[in-house]
Design a binder for this molecule. Sequence first.
Ligand code: IPE
Ligand code: IPE
Ligand code: MG
Length: 246
Amino acid sequence: MSTAPLPAASGGASEPHHVAIIMDGNGRWAKARGLPRVAGHRRGADAVRRVVRGAGELGIPVLTLFAFSTENWARPPDEVSDLMGLLRHYLRSELDELRKNGARLRVIGNREGLAPDIVRDIAEAEKLTQGNNRIDVNICVNYGSRAEIVRAARALAQRVAAGELTADSIDENTFERELLTAGVPDPDLLIRTSGEQRISNFLLWQCAYSELVFVDTLWPDFGKEHLEQAVAEFRRRERRYGGVGS
Ligand code: IPE
Ligand code: IPE
Ligand code: MG
């Protein structure tokens, strides 16, 4: 995440550089229609396509989507396998669409827990899109923020034990560089769909000063217009970063 100091407090009206979304409500979307949960996840994948395109059109430079948490392994095996199948499908079928949108893909999460063919597809998709520069699209898969923070602490402890670093020299910048999001600026705006108002172990460190917008729309119904509304809400906010504002 950004190693730059926090920006000065602003009176609003600035544009979000990085928008992160907790894509929630696929199951409820399906249930409301008497369909199996996987139908909601399929429609959720369509929403991902719409929102990536919409974010590009709105000039949002960085978009991060929470697709599968470390805690989501607790779901019934059939649902986990449907979600992994959709991820496989997405990584193979969306490359053209990502290219058309000028999107550079990065998958953030613990890859060790994923099937080897998915890990290969991720590496391939990242490689094929790395030259795109209109929008950075980060998809969080097998991601959990507490695990990420523990991993960073462990890596720093190992470097101290190896004599590469002193404990006293560890500061916020050193710590950020060990996170899975190293190099990605902090989210300015965090959106969660489906009416739930919680963070669910997403970007705990990185969202320290993000503006939170909770919307009732279920993820499969979410589109560019909802993104625009959330950005409009962001513009009305006053970011103070602990200061006194304007
Ligand atoms: C979001 O929708 C997708 C994932 C978390 C993988 P859910 O599957 O959580 O949908 P609800 O919350 O049960 O409606
Ligand atoms: C958060 O949604 C994870 C993703 C969107 C991938 P969940 O549906 O898993 O969160 P909880 O269980 O309602 O907190
Ligand atoms: Mg949910």
